[in-house]
Design a protein around this ligand. Structure first.
Ligand code: MG
Length: 220
């Protein structure tokens, strides 16, 4: 764990305990449209764009993509509900890990599909990530599970693939990182069984950020 020159962190479920909010808002915004969306679905599809998730559900149910109006309505409802959710706390140990890595000269980046406007300020104020060190939804065309977002982080870091690691909690995120050819550490902080992460080829798996951070910091 001490051989990496750059580490790319996913945000939801890795830096922040924000997945319960996404689970709640997805389930309720679909329910308002008479569509059943299970809590597990929120975790299976985590990392996709909002439109990507809605289209997947529509194709399964109706054999077609959602119209722009349907996407706007469902995603609009989700955004509305997000405003009523509690502020997501930082995941245990993550601030200490990010700071310990930086102290050792390791470059740190955030790679997230999120486009929340308040995101940049939050990541700067709480974790010290500036805009240059954040690859977000506004920077990508395809997004996870495509390798694109992690390839952008790799390019920005200026390091070689073999010197970089990714920390991910979601199946789509692991898929994206592995497709980019990067060493991928999965941390199962959600509601899915471990095989959702191992099936996508993660190189290591932890059951919590607390254990991962403790072991990683001890190894630096
Ligand atoms: Mg995540």
């Amino acid at each position: 764990m001490n051989r990496f020159k750059a580490v790319f962190f996913d945000m939801d479920g890795v830096l922040y305990d924000s997945m319960p909010n996404h689970e709640f808002t997805w389930c309720h915004s679909f329910a308002d449209y008479g569509i059943t969306f299970n809590p597990e679905d929120a975790y299976i599809n985590e990392g996709r764009t909002g439109k990507g998730t809605i289209n997947l559900v529509f194709n399964k149910l109706y054999g077609r993509d959602a119209t722009d109006a349907e996407v706007a309505a469902i995603y609009g409802r989700k955004t509305e509900l997000m405003k009523t959710c509690p502020v997501a706390p930082m995941m245990t140990g993550m601030k200490e890990l990010v700071e310990a890595l930086r102290t050792k000269g390791v470059k740190t980046y955030v790679v997230t599909g999120s486009k929340q406007p308040t995101l940049m300020d939050k990541l700067w104020n709480e974790y010290g990530f500036d805009r240059e060190h954040i690859v977000c939804g506004a920077d990508v065309v395809k997004g996870k599970p495509d390798p694109e977002p992690y390839l952008i982080a790799l390019w920005r870091s200026g390091e070689k693939k073999e010197d970089c690691a990714v920390v991910e909690n979601a199946p789509m995120g692991v898929m994206s990182a592995k497709a980019a050819g990067l060493f991928t550490i999965a941390v199962n902080t959600g509601k899915l069984e471990d095989h959702y992460l191992t099936d996508n080829g993660c190189d290591m798996l932890y059951g919590s950020t607390e254990v991962m951070c403790r072991e990683w910091i001890a190894d630096l």
